[in-house]
Ligand binder design. Structure first.
Ligand SMILES: [Zn+2]
Length: 177
């Protein structure tokens, strides 16, 4: 197990054959795509990845990425710090074509030669798991659906609404007794 200092570039197939685990912190500021979405690219991603070769010979990368990211709350437009946890389960493939032959539970990561930038792996996995609508956990800041708010309903549309099915049932019950 390599702990602490993570290498910039890895040979994922070699690590898989040797059953190596990588553990350590990766600066968020180093993640090209992810950093674009953050108000402040501070902090580190906790990286915990295991490289193994499964019974079918796939080179599997599995583990977890945990980060605290600072984004803009879409309700109040103030910064919000959100926890993101990514469960990683990837198979290293040589091409898109070989990626299509993987079993459903494995997502492909195409590595055409011996080198994979660890930043690229972390960046690609994390960006897929950033919240689409970042918001504070406070209910005031949670995304709401306007049409669920009775005050937002225009009175003129109410008469055109189909009758509440439960109201219909209630009236049927009444007529029986
Ligand atoms: Zn907010």
């Amino acid at each position: 197990m390599l702990e602490g200092h993570l290498p910039k570039t890895i040979d994922p197939r070699k690590l898989a054959k040797q059953h190596v685990s990588l553990k350590g912190g990766w600066p968020v500021a180093d993640l090209e795509q992810v950093a674009n979405y953050l108000t402040n690219p501070e902090g580190e991603v906790e990286v915990d990845l295991a490289f193994t070769q499964d019974a079918e010979g796939h080179f599997v990368i599995s583990g977890q990425l945990v980060a605290q990211v600072q984004m803009t709350c879409q309700r109040c437009l103030e910064p919000v710090t959100l926890g993101v946890t990514v469960e990683v389960l990837l198979a290293v493939v040589w091409s898109d074509e070989s990626g299509k032959q993987l079993p459903d539970y494995l997502d492909p990561i195409v590595v055409a030669d011996e080198h994979l930038s660890l930043a690229r792996l972390i960046d690609e996995e994390l960006i897929l798991n950033l919240p689409i609508v970042p918001a504070h956990e406070d209910p005031i800041c949670q995304p709401q659906m306007e049409w669920l708010d009775p005050d937002a309903v225009d009175d003129s549309t109410i008469s055109e609404q189909p009758k509440n099915p439960f109201a219909v049932l209630a009236s049927l019950k009444k007529s029986k007794t």
